[in-house]
Design a protein around this ligand. Structure first.
Ligand code: FAD
Length: 466
């Protein structure tokens, strides 16, 4: 490890040891920078491992196993007394998370870089004040302090002392009924998890569809399934009030000009997250913040050239592999300013781990309309595909968007069985800038779910003659 230059204690100080921060520290220390990570959370591991991706996916998979076991009759299988032990469901999730967190803790304490347990804030552009009383200087910095649950739009909601995505993961007993506020990834994943474990779930969403950033046909395909599984969905709503009503909780909202009152034993607040940057002292150093998030250029550099930022604190995506890429890009640019790297969001992917899974990469029809990008589109449903019929997985479809003249694949969408896995074929195709003609000609094993992509690819190849 090289010595820090310019009398600074470190070449590079990383504030926050989550996914983005760890990726940056690993990259920088491998490139010879004298690096320190400062992590101030109660637990070490970051959001993805402790309270995000991993615990929620562990629970959703348990819900999938339960659902399959109790819906096995189409295959002639009788499983009449399917039951579950919620404590054991949670215990398995906890054991997995403990293992993942311990691995991350070992990585952070590996000695490849210094690791300090404290909260950090800027004292001046090259100095951090730590909550343990120390100060620390560095030539360059990365802010990777993640996100926090957004404040409530109605103060009355706080008075309900309901659940959020952190506390829902610690439940020891299931509520009988639940009102989910929000219609994004966290809301719909928890809604299906709870519903599949027998909770009567009502979801209340402001936009006309759940998953409002996705194409409406994609969102509607998932809405159909959630409704069929017994979830009550209210979309196009405006929250008016929240109060206790006896020992139940009540949310009052407007829908189609009518006032609606929904009651349940519990409320899950899932109205989004905001960058966690309030206590960093960014005003002391002049780091520019826009719409509550740290602004960066594509090299992940903030308005102060030696201070970089990565992950949820930069706000836009809240996707873990993006946080990792951003951390790596920042570290690479600090270590090798002569060989700068930039983030490229052409392959931006989003996955919702409900069943059916929802996955999109690149251009969507909604984004194409906003940006006025011409495209050709073709879709194919899972209810007309051999392997999905074998699996009784008939909901949803795949969709491909192509450049109208060249046939280059611009985007893909999938609502369907293991959609989060299937989308990776399109990510790979787009990474190599393949055309629909090339995708259609690529061999696909039969019978697989993946071969469904050949149908929209063939349709588009037929339309876009070369
Ligand atoms: C319920 C849920 C499910 C999710 N599921 C998925 C999923 O399936 N797939 C996906 O891609 N993404 C998912 N996400 C999002 C994903 O978890 C985040 O995008 C990702 O973890 C962000 O990483 P990060 O490094 O930016 O922040 P974090 O991992 O939050 O790390 C920030 C760290 O900074 C520390 N810190 C904060 N302030 C200070 C300070 N002042 N000084 C020192 N340390 C500080 C914190 O303690 C924390 O450890 C999910 C999120 C939630 C909430």
């Amino acid at each position: 490890m090289s010595a820090a230059h310019d009398n600074f204690q470190y070449d590079f100080a990383v504030i926050g040891g989550g996914s983005g921060g760890y990726a940056a520290a690993r990259t920088a220390s491998a490139d010879g920078l004298k690096t320190v990570v400062i992590e101030g959370g109660e637990e070490v591991g970051g959001l993805c491992i402790l309270r995000g991706c991993m615990p929620t996916k562990a629970l959703l998979y348990a819900a999938e196993v339960l659902h399959l076991a109790s819906h096995a009759s189409p295959w002639g299988i009788r499983a009449e007394e399917v039951s579950f032990n919620f404590s054991r469901v949670m215990a398995r999730k906890n054991a997995l998370i403990k293992e993942f967190a311990e691995f991350r803790q070992a990585q952070l304490a590996s000695g490849k870089f210094a690791f300090i347990r404290a909260m950090a804030r800027f004292k001046d552009p090259h100095t951090l004040e730590l909550s343990n009383g120390q100060t620390l200087t560095a030539r360059s910095f990365l802010i990777s302090t993640g996100s926090a649950i957004s404040p409530s739009p109605l103060p009355q909601i706080n008075d309900l002392h309901g659940l959020n995505s952190d506390t829902a993961l610690k439940l020891s007993h299931l509520p009988k009924s639940l009102l989910v506020l929000g219609g994004g990834a966290v809301a719909v994943e928890f809604a299906q998890f709870f519903a599949r474990f027998g909770v009567r779930v009502t979801l209340i969403q402001r936009s006309p569809n759940i998953l409002h950033e996705f194409d409406s046909d994609v969102a509607e395909a998932l809405e159909t399934v959630l409704r069929r599984e017994g979830i009550t969905l209210y979309t196009g709503t405006k929250l008016l009030d929240a109060r206790r009503s006896g020992d139940r909780k009540e949310i009052v909202f407007e829908q189609n000009g009518q006032t609606v009152r929904a009651h349940a034993d519990e409320v899950l607040y899932a109205l989004g997250r905001i960058p966690n940057i309030g206590s960093l002292g960014l005003d002391h150093v002049g780091v520019e913040v826009q719409y509550g998030r740290i602004s960066t250029n594509p090299r992940m550099q903030t308005s102060v050239p030696h201070i970089y930022a990565a992950g949820d604190c930069t706000g836009l995506h809240e996707i873990v592999h993006i946080a990792i890429q951003q951390g790596e890009v920042a570290a690479q640019n600090i270590a090798h300013p002569d060989r700068p790297r930039s983030m490229d969001y052409r392959l931006l992917t989003e996955i919702i781990f409900t069943e059916p899974q929802v996955a999109v990469v690149g251009l969507t029809e909604k984004r194409a309309h906003v940006r006025n990008i011409p495209y050709q589109v073709a879709k194919y449903p899972f209810n007309d595909h051999g392997k999905s019929l074998i699996m009784e997985a008939k909901d949803g479809f795949v969709k491909l968007l192509a450049e109208p003249l060249t046939g280059e694949i611009l985007g893909g969408g999938c609502v369907g069985p293991v959609g989060g896995e299937l989308i990776h074929e399109i990510i790979a195709a787009m990474a190599k800038r393949m055309t629909v003609h090339e995708l259609a000609a690529m061999p696909h094993y039969h019978p697989t779910l993946a071969e469904i992509w050949t149908y929209p690819a063939e349709e588009l190849a037929e339309k876009i003659k070369k």
